[in-house]
Ligand binder design. Structure first.
Ligand code: GDG
Length: 486
C-alpha cells in the first residue's frame, strides 16, 4: 500500500534469504542472468526495487562472483535499483548448513517427523558459523535504522548475531514451514539456542495461529527467564520484546488468473500427456516426504479398484521435480513414488490408457497454470505443510469455477480454504478414495459455489495484502519499543 511504500522509502530495507533473486550463469563464455522462479522471491523483488534496499543471499555459481569482486551486484540487470550481496559458501559449509542442519534437522523437526531427523552436532556448528557469516554480511550493509527481514529456517541464529552489533535495528523474520508442538521440538538438542536466536527479532511471523501457539509453548518450556504473554502473543527475553504473529502468505492471484487464461497452451499439453477427453486430477509438488505423494497414489489405486466405471476415463497427473536428492530420505521417497506409480499403471493401465502420468520436468508457468485450470480435481495431500501454495495457485487458476480442491487438513492452507474445499486425511486411504469419487460426482452448482468462495479468499488476501501486513506490523514494532522505553 502507499503508506507502507512511503514508510519504507525512508529507511534502509535488507532481506536475508538462502535463495537469491537473480543468478548469473555462464553460457558459451557469455554471462547471462536468470530469475529463479518462486512466488515470494518474485513478490519481494518489486518492493526492493522501490525501497532501493539490499538483498543478502547465497551465491551459487562461479559466474555470480565473477560479475563483481566482492560478490555485490546491482539488480535488476535492465534497471539497476537495489544491491544483491552474495555470500559464497564452500562445499563443507553447504554440506553442514544446508543439506545437514537445515534440511535434515530443522525441516523434519518442524514438520513433526522425528524419524528422518538428524541433529548432528557438527552440522549445527556449520549452521551456526554460516548464520554468523550472513549476520556479518548484514551488519556490513546495515545500520541502526535499518529494517532487516530474515527468511525462513535457514537463519534461526542470525538475528541474535545481528542484534548484538545493531541493538537499534528493526528485525523481522518469516518462518515458511510449520512450528511443531513443544513435545516434538523438545527432542532437538539445540532447541534452546534456536529459540534464543529467533527471539532476537522484534517480529516473528508464521503462516497460521497454530504455529504461533506451538512456538510460545516451546519458549515457555525451553527458554529459562523468558516471559511469555499469551494474550499479546509477545515474548520478552534477553533485552528484546518479540511479537509473534500469524499472517498466511498469499499469491499474486491476478497474475495467476491471467496466465491460466492464455489460449493455445492446453491443447498441446493435453496431447503431449495423453489427456484429451480425460477427466484430469493434478498433483504438483517438489518430491518431498512431507507432501504425502505415496499416500495419494494409494488412494488413487483404491479409487480405481472400487469405481471400475472410471477406468479409462480418469487420469492423474503427478508433476514433481526432484529435490534435495543428495539426502537419503529423499532418494528413498523418490523410489517409493516410482514404485507406487508403476504398480498402479501395471495393475490398471491398458494400451490406450495410463492412469497415472508422471511429469518430471519443471513446467513453464503458462503450462503449469493451464494444467491447473483444466484439472477437474487438485489433490493436495500433505502430511504436514507450512502453507502449500499449490492449493492457492490451483484455486486462482479456476477461472471457470468448475474444479474441486481436495485439501489435507494438515496443510496451513486448510485454515483459509478448508471450509469450501473437500477435506481429506491423507493417512485414511479409504476415505481419501471416497472423497475423490464424491468430488467427481459433485453437482455443478455446488462445485461453482465452493470454488468461487475459495477464489474470493485467495484474491482478497493476496501477496500484496500479506506483505503490507508483515511490513506494517514490523514498522509498528518500533513505536511499541519507543513507548516501552519512555
Ligand atoms: C515452502 C513450504 C509454503 C512446482 N512445480 C513447478 C513449479 N512449482 C512451484 C509451485 C509452487 C512452488 O513450486 C511450491 O510451493 P509450495 O508452497 O507448495 O511448497 P514448498 O516448496 O515446500 O514451500 C510451504 C512455501 O514455502 C511458502 O511459504 O507454502 O508450505 O513448505 O509455487 O507453483 N513451478 C513451475 N513449474 C513446475 O513444474 N513453474
Amino acid at each position: 500500500s502507499p503508506s507502507v511504500t512511503e514508510a519504507l522509502s525512508e529507511r534502509d530495507l535488507l532481506i536475508v534469504s538462502n535463495r537469491q533473486p537473480y543468478s548469473h550463469d555462464r553460457e558459451d563464455g557469455e554471462i547471462t542472468v536468470s530469475r529463479p522462479a518462486g512466488g515470494l522471491t518474485a513478490g519481494i523483488d518489486p518492493v526492493m526495487q522501490r525501497a532501493e534496499g539490499t538483498w543478502i543471499a547465497w551465491g551459487d555459481g562461479d559466474a555470480d562472483f565473477e560479475v563483481a569482486d566482492d560478490g555485490r551486484v546491482e539488480v535488476p540487470p535492465d534497471d539497476p535499483s537495489y544491491t544483491l550481496s552474495r555470500v559464497d559458501l564452500s562445499e563443507a559449509e553447504l554440506e553442514g548448513y544446508y543439506f545437514g542442519y537445515s534440511n535434515q534437522a530443522l525441516w523434519p523437526l518442524c514438520h513433526g517427523m522425528v524419524y528422518p531427523m538428524r541433529c548432528d552436532g557438527r552440522d549445527f556448528e556449520r549452521y551456526r558459523s554460516v548464520n554468523r557469516r550472513f549476520a556479518d554480511a548484514t551488519v556490513e550493509e546495515a545500520g541502526d535504522g535499518s529494517l532487516i527481514w530474515f527468511q525462513d529456517y535457514h537463519f534461526a541464529l542470525a538475528p541474535r548475531f545481528v542484534r548484538r552489533e545493531l541493538p537499534g535495528a528493526l528485525l523481522a523474520q518469516f518462518w515458511h514451514i510449520p512450528w511443531p508442538t513443544a513435545d516434538t521440538f523438545g527432542a532437538c538438542p539445540q532447541a534452546e539456542e534456536l529459540l534464543d536466536g529467533l527471539l532476537a527479532n522484534d517480529l516473528l511471523v508464521f503462516h497460521v495461529p497454530e504455529y504461533v501457539e506451538n512456538f510460545l509453548d516451546c519458549v515457555a518450556e525451553a527458554v529459562p527467564g523468558a516471559s511469555v504473554d499469551r494474550e499479546d502473543r509477545t515474548v520478552s527475553h534477553a533485552g528484546v520484546e518479540t511479537a509473534v504473529r500469524a499472517f498466511p502468505l498469499g499469491i499474486d492471484a491476478e497474475r495467476t488468473a491471467e496466465l491460466a487464461n492464455r489460449p493455445d497452451v492446453w491443447p498441446d499439453l493435453a496431447e503431449r500427456y495423453g489427456l484429451e477427453g480425460q477427466t484430469v486430477a493434478v498433483g504438483v509438488d517438489r518430491l518431498d516426504y512431507t507432501k504425502g505423494i505415496p499416500e495419494r497414489i494409494d488412494a488413487i489405486e483404491r479409487f480405481l479398484e472400487e469405481n471400475p466405471e472410471w477406468r479409462g476415463e480418469f487420469t492423474y497427473v503427478q508433476n514433481g521435480s526432484a529435490s534435495r536428492s543428495e539426502i537419503e530420505a529423499y532418494e528413498y521417497l523418490q523410489k517409493r513414488v516410482d514404485t507406487a506409480i508403476e504398480r498402479v499403471n501395471d495393475r490398471f493401465g491398458t494400451d490406450e490408457w495410463r492412469p497415472v502420468v508422471r511429469v518430471d520436468e519443471m513446467l513453464p508457468e503458462a503450462e503449469l497454470y493451464a494444467l491447473y485450470r483444466h484439472g477437474d480435481l487438485a489433490l493436495v495431500s500433505a502430511l504436514r505443510d507450512g502453507m502449500n501454495l499449490v492449493a492457492k495457485e490451483y484455486v486462482a487458476s479456476q477461472i471457470d469455477d468448475d474444479g474441486v480442491l481436495l485439501l489435507s487438513e494438515f496443510a496451513g492452507a486448510h485454515e483459509e480454504l478448508g471450509e469450501d474445499a473437500v477435506t481429506i486425511n491423507p493417512y485414511d486411504t479409504r476415505a481419501f478414495a471416497d472423497a475423490i469419487e464424491r468430488a467427481l460426482s459433485m453437482p455443478a452448482d455446488e462445485r461453482t459455489d465452493r470454488m468461487a468462495a475459495q477464489r474470493r479468499r485467495v484474491s482478497e488476501y493476496d501477496l500484496v495484502a500479506w506483505m503490507d501486513d508483515v511490513l506494517e506490523t514490523a514498522l509498528a514494532r518500533e513505536n511499541d519499543r519507543d513507548l516501552s522505553v519512555t
